[in-house]
Ligand binder design. Structure first.
Ligand SMILES: [Zn+2]
Ligand SMILES: [Zn+2]
Length: 322
């Protein structure tokens, strides 16, 4: 776990996605921001027990958006802790099985986009557990001193969280703090403020506007959905550099025209961009990428040397009672 700022702790799950424990003004009270991949309940609960006290539970789970790597364990955790899940109303159709996000764009470039062809599209349904944030109140429940900002472009109802007192920013997937177009780079997690989630970005102009909005906050510490904590002068300068030179891709389904969404889901989609990659070749490439990613995940751990053969025990030298 890493500290973003006082009372704000980042937990990285499976070396690729972050959740945050954000303490409220009341001692012992906290909010979980995002819920990791499916199957992360044990990891998140164990981290909360260690960070606070055994059996501790949050006041609520706040989702920055509903992509599978942020929503994954929300339902399990909400049931386990018996707490509500909060999200922007524009995310609710996707969180309650009413609609599907705009289709990913595998033609936009980079290995993440390449792999996106094979990511599951079915999302867990939060049903009654999810509640809509009040769009007229920029202060999120339970978190005085914080405000949420609507940062669409990557997900229609994506929100970022900002604490003005120390300029702490939780940027969700509006951008990333690691190079995010490449799967190996995501796993290596070298700190670098960059665009995030390219195959998911359904509106590139909105994505750019969201980054500019967040750069104007001049953050002193940043935690995003993907990548390590970045704090100090590098936070604001890195984000300003990205905002001033936002790299809208040269080609892709949503480059010339965005998908349009509303409170009930996707309202309009531009036609798919031609995808020249034959499916079989894509499957082979994906297999190689998965193998490479697996190697990165396990290869970083030093291979265990075989245990040395124990020296034969010389019983003749042992005294009675050994
Ligand atoms: Zn996302
Ligand atoms: Zn994400």
């Amino acid at each position: 776990m890493d500290t973003v700022a006082p009372g704000v702790t980042q937990l990285r799950i499976q070396r690729f996605v972050n959740v945050y424990f954000v303490e409220t003004a009341t001692p012992g009270e906290w909010v979980l921001v995002d819920a990791g991949l499916p199957g992360s309940l044990k990891t998140i609960v164990a981290a909360a027990d260690k960070l606070f006290y055994p059996g501790s539970r949050p006041a609520a789970i706040l989702l920055t958006h509903g992509h599978l790597d942020h929503l994954g364990s929300a339902r399990e955790l909400a049931d386990y802790w018996q707490v509500p899940v909060l999200a922007h109303p524009l995310e609710l159709p996707y969180l309650t099985g009413q609609a599907q996000y705009p289709p990913r764009d595998p033609t936009v470039g980079g290995s993440l986009a390449f792999m996106a062809r094979f990511f599951p599209t079915q999302l867990p349904n939060l049903g009654e557990r999810v509640q809509a944030l009040d769009v007229d109140n920029p202060a999120p429940p339970y978190l005085p001193g914080w405000r949420w900002l609507h940062v669409p472009g990557h997900a229609p109802g994506q929100i970022a969280l900002f604490r003005a007192a120390d300029r702490t920013l939780l940027g969700a997937d509006a951008f990333a703090t690691c190079h995010h177009d490449s799967v190996p780079d995501i796993l290596l997690a070298r700190p670098e403020i960059s665009r995030a989630g390219t195959p998911f970005n359904y509106d590139w102009q909105a994505s750019e506007a969201s980054v500019k909005l967040l750069a104007d906050l001049d953050p002193a510490a940043i935690g995003c959905g993907h990548g390590p904590v970045i704090s100090g002068p590098a936070a604001a300068t890195g984000l300003r550099r990205l905002a001033d030179n936002y790299p809208i891709p040269a080609h892709g389904r949503y480059v010339a025209e965005p998908a349009r969404t509303d409170l009930s889901g996707v309202e309009h989609l531009p036609p798919p961009a031609p995808d020249a990659l034959p499916k079989q070749l894509a499957a082979i490439g994906a297999g190689l990428l998965v193998a490479g990613a697996t190697w990165l995940l396990v290869g970083g751990k030093r291979r265990r040397k075989p245990a040395p053969t124990p020296a034969p025990i010389d019983y003749s030298r042992r005294g009675v009672g050994d």
